[in-house]
Design a protein around this ligand. Sequence first.
Ligand SMILES: O=C(O)CCC(=O)C(=O)O
Ligand SMILES: [Fe+2]
Length: 492
Amino acid sequence: MSATDTHPSVLLDCLRLTLTEAPPLCNGILKLSSAGDLELYYGRESPRFIDIAHAVQYQDALDELERTCDPAVFGRNQETVLDETYRKAGKMDAENFMTRFDVYSTGLIDAVRQGLLTGPQEKKAIKAELYKLNVYGRGAFFKPHVDTPRADNMFGSLVVIFPTPHEGGELVLRHQDEEWTIDSADLLSGHSDRIAFVAFFSDVEHEVLPVLSGHRITLTYNLYFAGNAGLDRGLAGQLTMLQPLHANPDAIQDALRALLSSKKVLPRGGMLGFSLSHVYPVPSTWDTGDANPRVTIEQGLKGSDAALFQACRALGLRPRLRLEMDESGKRYLFKWMGSLTEQMDDSDDDIFADDSGVAVYENLQTLYESDDDTTTDDTTADPNTADDPTVDDTTNDNTTADDDDRCSEDEDSDSDRDSSNSPAGVYWVTELGGMNSTTREYLRYGNEASISCFYVNVCLVADVKPAKQRVARKESKAAGEPSEAAANATAE
Ligand SMILES: O=C(O)CCC(=O)C(=O)O
Ligand SMILES: [Fe+2]
């Protein structure tokens, strides 16, 4: 069956599924080839040494390491706090210890690049900044938090877990209603020649469950994009990558192409909007002349967001990113960090093309024509109601916000809208406010008090031509018409 025959709701579900199938993390086990990799030196005043590979015989040495650590603090909003009901663990700052374990020479960073990054980002060099040594003795834990963004090119965190015997202390990661549990005790049990690792995008909420016995010892690294990449090292035979299934730009592209091939989808053209899967760090202060944070975000898109951007480009849609912000309790899409009034005056961008110059939060556009009423050109059906012939969808007809409701999130506010001078609407394939409320709450808890950056929701929007132009061009492509990229592209 061709995409033209498939019901748009099926095509839409298919596209949504491709956008969520890649986990925002990778994890695995790395067998070390050098015996010295697990040697640890610490203590400025009275230097000590532990060979972690043999730690099973030296429980006293691990107890001593635990005692030498400082109690681990964390960030709550803008404050650094010590609260053992939230984080109970020992930590040592990077300047107070040295380990022979090297994330570059072991090839771990190359593995993380391949495991976590997608599209052009996969070719970028990664700077891994050693952050802390963490020691979790019996009863230690770290409750749910999201790592604090330290710069706008920071994209993730890497946790390396040493093979010291322990039970419990699972690392649980959560993102967009999904959860993953990495049980390092189980992965490393009985092996002293390997480490377990987990790398994840910075906005992934995570927690360390209580350690039941032994010592869980980890190194944490902040991961930054650092220009273009070095070469991959061959890790055949040493590396077992346990996750992930990669974000797949081809699958996303196929699903989006299928959706746009349906004549029922956006018959008069319009705009597709996607709330991205990840939140992104932007600097707390920004001056004219500084790099535009939106451009920095575009260059460092994560996982399925990168794949979606790439897929839109390949199909000739012109993907544009917008920062989603709250202003006086209302949601707006911003082109850049700056005053709303200034951006409202900027009329040369189509997303700000309605009367006030502001694209609104709510769903302005219906996606496809109802099966029941395809005779009148103006009748469209909301995907949520299209399958139900009893639903009267005339109130959704050519849905637009009236001026007073323009910034409202009230779902009932579209009952008496005037369709005669409607602005171009956005159909949200994935809803705005992608970060779930739990994550939003845990963003208050970081591993450091936030100083220079904060997270924002980001959306991608792209114009779509009327169905007649899209599909007709596609059908005549075989006869030597321009590529599908050219057919979908709209004027810059
Ligand atoms: O030790 C771990 O597994 C994670 C530590 C952590 O989440 C942090 O330091 O932010
Ligand atoms: Fe963390």
